[in-house]
Design a protein around this ligand. Structure first.
Ligand SMILES: C[S@@+](CC[C@H](N)C(=O)[O-])C[C@H]1O[C@@H](n2cnc3c(N)ncnc32)[C@H](O)[C@@H]1O
Length: 218
């Protein structure tokens, strides 16, 4: 394991509890429904879920576009086993790959769209930079990116609640989320049409939604 790796709930022993905790603390159903709507997957498209965790978003993508070809990547074999069990139980044929986001085990230009939820705040700034470059590489020209993750909450008490996340997952990796500057990584890497949409207030802070496109001519 990478020394910087931060598991889903920081401690591997908490991984089996992940789905229950995230469901209420991040308004998961509403948040992931919005990501699916923004990604707008179509039958026949190839879609990546980066840092897929237990596979909940893959299930929602499959429901929205049953004919899409879905791939989930995550560094943690324990959580990928949970994702495998969930997708198989739901009859969803997603490809689940172990891998690090800063060196994706995938060829270039192999996805029409990529999504990622609650993942980037697990990465240190240098890993965020490298990961965004990898997303640019694996998306086809014109490919779409949708990211949902913690941002800077408007209300002071929500910014206070975000400290619970930061205490658990770490401060250096969440600093740019507390500052609301995640979009900068996308712009610096060369994504275009980068937009930050209306945030979703959640019990543990506020979720930002970022959409971006790989330039048609890279
Ligand atoms: C908070 S969980 C989010 C899981 C899922 N996307 C969701 O919305 O429920 C963060 C996930 O990122 C994975 N992860 C953390 N660092 C990673 C890295 N460098 N490369 C790939 N996966 C990583 C963890 O194993 C974990 O499953």
């Amino acid at each position: 394991m990478d020394a910087e790796f931060i598991p889903a709930l920081r401690f591997a022993v908490l991984t089996p509890w992940y789905d229950r905790v995230v469901a209420w603390s991040t308004r998961e159903a509403a948040m992931k429904a919005r990501v699916v709507a923004l990604a707008a997957p179509r039958s026949g498209e190839r879609v990546l879920d980066l840092g897929c965790g237990t596979g909940t978003l893959l299930l929602a993508l499959a429901k929205a576009a049953p004919g899409a070809s879905l791939t989930g990547v995550d560094a943690d074999p324990t959580i990928l086993a949970l994702a495998t069990a969930k997708t198989q139980a739901a009859g969803v044929g997603a490809r689940l790959l172990p891998g690090w986001s800063n060196a994706l085990p995938l060829p270039q230009s192999c996805f029409d769209a990529a999504v990622s939820t609650l993942f980037f705040h697990h990465l240190q700034p240098h890993a965020k930079r490298r990961t965004v470059q990898e997303l640019l590489r694996v998306l086809r020209p014109g490919g779409r990116l949708v990211i949902a993750d913690f941002g800077r909450a408007d209300a002071g008490w929500r910014r206070g609640m975000f400290h619970m996340v930061r205490l658990l997952d770490g401060y250096p990796n969440t600093r740019d989320h507390a500052a609301g500057t995640l979009a900068t990584y996308l712009l610096d890497a060369g994504f275009v049409d980068v937009r930050s949409l209306a945030p979703l207030p959640v019990p543990l802070g506020s979720i930002d939604f970022l959409v971006a496109t790989r330039p048609a001519r890279a």
